[in-house]
Design a protein around this ligand. Structure first.
Ligand code: FCB
Length: 451
């Protein structure tokens, strides 16, 4: 039996997913194409040519998936809404069938006693908006706010809190700077307007939500940055990387200004994209909660590529996931206490909106899936979370990534992050050992709090 942790009263337990990674049904009920449909169809873009066309078929099997969540005893479910289901061409009125799907999902969750926590943008931009420049175009931020209004007007009576963007850093770097993710642009530092326009979109959407009395969050991918040595050069490189990865997407929202990016040769106008009043708007709606997606720390050394002021250095001597990501649970404590030290009173309550690991899980001869590495990963990170709470950080919930094995972007179906194994041939769901472990942990924690 997992031991309950010392966590604040009312701490919320959840799981996270994203639309393109689980839904499938990409051509159904009027959904328009997204940049991920286009990108995945490009030869060589995704490992083994996998696409999200079927994924976990969650669009049709969501009642089974909600029942799996109910079996875990969750408080909350973080999922994303597919923008191209709601506005297939990026503009114009809402597609009623698209809204109906999320309406059914929300009602199903509420009946199961689970609070829905939707993310409005988890990387599946309508292709029509990409054709107009995607997030490099300022206009996309305004289309995002309109889409937010359409969704909030339909679901806001039952959904109290909303996440605007998922990991704008990863979307900018992988999607626009390096071309590893959709839309597959490799612009390097010329991708920076995609940061500003996403943040502008956040600010505009946050105002739309707040006008309707709804709570606003963002889910940022954050990493504690460790210099490879105590040399001045390595420390300067780490400071530069920290500004790009962490501060660029959090400072403007919490502090109302961009960090110093001069190490990148970039001025405060982010490549000419920042206009008067933008930063005020981005910070105007205080966050009700900061969503933190944490996977691992980053070790940074002096540059090897003359175009960048840093180089990533390997973290040695720790276990690694199937994705080859280093496992450093204490990095979560370091990250959380670091956020508190950096932002002080400007830091809203934190919720861990993603944390988990990929393991090459397959059912054994008896049909069960044993995943001790995932249990160890989750237990270690929850200990680190509890340590941060003990050090005074206000953490309100933990949503693990992910409920189901799913379409892991450029890796296709090769990285399994689920508490539930999915056989992608048959769509059979098999709860893994970690599912039972998480369920028991939630139960133990609830029993302790109800005493
Ligand atoms: C995060 C993404 C999420 C998932 C995990 C493994 O960066 O937000 O969709 O792919 O990584």
């Amino acid at each position: 039996m997992p031991q309950p942790l010392d966590l604040p009263q009312g701490f919320r337990w959840g799981v996270s997913t994203a639309a393109y990674q689980i839904e499938g049904a990409v051509d159904e009920d009027g959904r328009g194409p997204s940049i991920w449909d286009t990108f995945a169809a490009r030869p060589g873009a995704v490992r083994d040519g996998h696409t999200g066309a079927v994924a976990c078929d969650h669009y049709h099997r969501y009642p089974e998936d909600v029942a799996l969540m109910q079996g875990l005893g969750l408080d909350g479910y973080r999922f994303s809404i597919a923008w191209p289901r709601i506005r297939p061409t990026g503009a114009g009125p809402a597609n009623p069938a698209g809204l109906d799907f999320y309406d059914r999902l929300v009602d199903g969750l509420l009946e199961a006693g689970i609070t829905p926590l939707p993310t409005l943008f988890h990387w599946d931009l309508p292709q029509a908006l990409e054709d107009g420049g995607g997030w490099l175009a300022r206009d996309t931020a305004y289309r995002f706010a309109e889409y937010t209004a359409l969704v909030a007007d339909r679901l806001g009576d039952r959904v109290p809190a909303w996440i605007t963007l998922n990991e704008p850093f990863v979307h900018m770097v992988y999607g626009y700077a390096m071309g590893i993710h959709a839309p597959g642009r490799a612009l390097m530092l010329d991708a920076l307007p995609a940061a500003h326009h996403q943040l502008l979109g956040h600010g505009l959407a946050a105002a739309v939500l707040r006008e309707r009395g709804l709570d606003v969050m963002i889910a940022n991918n954050l990493t504690p940055v460790r210099p490879a040595s105590s040399s001045e050069a390595d420390q300067a490189a780490a400071t530069a990387y920290d500004a790009l990865h962490n501060r660029l997407f959090t400072d403007p929202i919490l502090l109302g200004h961009y960090p110093d990016l001069s190490a990148f040769g970039v001025g405060p106008d982010l490549g000419g994209s920042v206009r008067d009043g933008d930063l005020k708007l981005i910070a105007a709606t205080p966050l009700d909660g900061l969503g933190v997606n944490y996977y691992n720390p980053t070790r940074i050394a002096t540059p090897t590529d003359p175009g960048l002021p840093f180089a990533e250095a390997p973290i040695e001597g720790v276990p690694r996931t199937a994705f080859d990501w280093p496992v450093v649970p204490d990095g979560l404590r370091e990250l959380l206490t670091g956020l508190r030290d950096r932002y002080g009173a400007a830091l809203p309550p934190v919720t861990i909106t993603e944390n988990g690991c990929s393991v090459a899980d397959e059912p054994g001869p008896d049909g069960t899936v044993s995943d001790p590495d995932r249990i160890a990963y989750l237990a270690g990170h929850l200990d680190a979370l509890a340590a941060a709470v003990a050090e005074g950080v206000d953490v309100r919930g933990y949503f693990t990534w992910s409920l189901l094995d799913n379409f892991e972007w450029a890796e296709g179906y090769h990285q399994r992050f689920g508490l539930v194994h999915v056989d992608f041939e048959t769509q059979r769901r098999t709860p893994k050992a970690s599912y039972a472990w998480y369920r028991d942990l939630i139960r133990a924690h609830r029993a302790l709090q109800e005493r």
